[in-house]
Design a protein around this ligand. Structure first.
Ligand SMILES: Cc1cc2nc3c(=O)[nH]c(=O)nc-3n(C[C@H](O)[C@H](O)[C@H](O)COP(=O)(O)OP(=O)(O)OC[C@H]3O[C@@H](n4cnc5c(N)ncnc54)[C@H](O)[C@@H]3O)c2cc1C
Length: 452
């Protein structure tokens, strides 16, 4: 037996939808072609931790890649690694950290796969320095039933390379990825938590700290009217030199190995949402006080800084079965103040609690349907209900009017109209994809909504 087929139902991480289809689990990548003996549409799947339904669709064959990891090829002198796409960030760290190499761009949970990072072209807390995941990729091996196994990089099959990085799994199954790792001067992060009186102080603080710090993100409370958006900026710098005993590598790797895997299927076991205005108020108060007191200035290890959510994933469960909405948008610097003033009035008008709000500094050139550009990225979460939907429908207009860029991978409801007006190069992506795959074999719920 080289492959396993099974009928299964999948749940999107934010609770927005369920989709059923056949599951094809390849035991080895060189048996992938067996999957395509089945009829119909396909979608490659990583850990299925995207907030939007990127790796599920109804009546579509899913090709789950998580867990299929073999054939590591690691050049420890130059920090170049070829990894199979089903490897998770946690598994990669186990391989590379002991040799003082690390993946420079990491999203917030070690259960996320490298294939998922490539498909959604993810970013980390250092986007202003190292850009997105694509910029770390040297080459990839892509399987498409009509093309076979294709090696792609910036010069060979470059069109397929550019369509695949940030192409949401629509060009085929990425089997392995060649990555340039970063050299770790030290895994210890000297961190500071700086109070922000309100959100309008953020652009100046972000720009100033980006000159001295390696990792930055902010946290805000959007629920109080006084000092709206107050919160803190969390910054970190890699410690320049490491003394013996500064880093207990072994215990970090054990911690990483024992992290409970995050899964969309088991998120939100309770039938009800526990995040009402009062509980959100209390949660935010407790969280900001704790952060301000506990970590004013100190040192954290890299894993604690990269994955602050690690011991707090109960947060996602509190929304219950109905789930949550996330919206993440890149706001041009010159529109930031205006957009925040609008948002403040919208939140008041629609009277819905914002359970989390956070910002990052971004740079880079817009390209196809990648989430990249210059400005400040704001993400916020809301419980999934009719009031929050009204707020988000209103927010769509603010996004369009202010030339913001919404993140496709975060918002499972992002309407076609908003996508088309905010991504001017969507037509180039679509025509490139059609040229590569005229049959459009690979589709997801999201690609169907966005008519890709
Ligand atoms: C707690 C948490 C924190 C997060 N923090 C961040 C963050 O800081 N920054 C950020 O950018 N995102 C963040 N995310 C979002 C997450 O990083 C992305 O949505 C990522 O794509 C999820 O990867 P996955 O392994 O779950 O893949 P899936 O969600 O299963 O798939 C994602 C996309 O990649 C494609 N894909 C997966 N594997 C392959 C493959 N082998 N070949 C071809 N295509 C493939 C899929 O088809 C799909 O389009 C976070 C998510 C969570 C749950």
């Amino acid at each position: 037996m080289t492959s396993i087929f099974a009928k299964k139902t999948f749940k999107c991480f934010d609770g927005s939808e369920r989709a059923s289809g056949n599951l094809f689990t390849p035991e080895q990548f060189n048996n992938l072609k067996n999957a395509f003996l089945a009829v119909g549409r396909f979608v490659p799947q990583g850990a299925c931790l995207s907030y939007a339904p990127l790796s599920i669709a109804n009546e579509t064959n899913k090709i789950p890649m998580r867990g299929v990891i073999r054939g590591l090829n690691f050049d420890k002198t130059n920090g170049i690694i070829e990894i199979e796409a089903g490897m998770t960030l946690g598994q990669l760290a186990q391989e590379t950290l002991p040799h003082y190499w690390y993946l420079k761009v990491q999203p917030g949970h070690p259960s996320i796969t490298l294939g998922g990072c490539l498909g959604a072209d993810v970013h980390g807390k250092n986007q202003f320095q190292d850009l997105n995941f694509k910029e770390q990729v040297l080459f990839l091996k892509l399987y498409h039933p009509d093309h076979g196994m294709v090696f792609c990089d910036r010069s060979q099959n470059s069109e397929a390379f550019h369509l695949t990085c940030g192409g949401y799994g629509l060009t085929g199954v990425v089997v392995s990825i060649g990555i340039q790792l970063g050299q770790l001067s030290s895994p210890i992060i000297e961190s500071e938590t700086l109070p922000l009186e309100n959100i309008f102080d953020l652009p100046k603080a972000l720009k100033e700290r980006s000159l001295t710090d390696d990792l930055i993100y902010s946290w805000h409370d959007f629920n109080k009217t006084k000092n709206w958006g107050h919160g803190f900026l969390k910054v970190g710098r890699y410690k320049k030199s490491l003394h013996p005993g500064d880093w207990d590598l072994k215990s970090d790797l054990i911690k990483l190995e024992n992290v409970k895997a995050l899964e969309s299927e088991s998120r939100g076991p309770l039938p009800i949402n526990l995040l009402c205005p009062l509980s959100v108020y209390a949660m935010n108060l407790a969280y900001s006080q704790k952060e301000m007191k506990a970590h004013k200035k100190g040192s954290l290890n890299l894993l604690e800084f990269l994955f602050p959510v690690l011991n707090k994933t109960i947060y996602f469960d509190l929304f219950g079965k109905s789930g949550f909405h996330e919206t993440q948008v890149l706001i041009p610097f010159d529109r930031f103040e205006h957009v925040m003033t609008e948002l403040k009035s919208g939140i008041k008008k629609f009277h819905t609690p914002v359970t989390l709000a956070s910002c990052k500094l971004f740079k880079g050139q817009p390209e196809l349907i990648r989430f990249i550009g210059e400005g400040i990225v704001l993400a916020f979460n809301l419980p999934r209900n009719s009031e929050s939907l009204k707020l988000l429908n209103w927010w769509d207009q603010v996004i369009i009017e202010n030339k913001c860029l919404p993140n496709i991978s975060k918002d499972s409801r992002l309407p076609l109209k908003v996508f088309e007006s905010c991504y001017p190069q969507h037509g180039d992506f679509k025509s490139g994809l059609l040229k590569w795959d005229p049959k459009r074999i690979f589709q997801s719920s999201t690609s169907q909504r966005l008519q890709l």
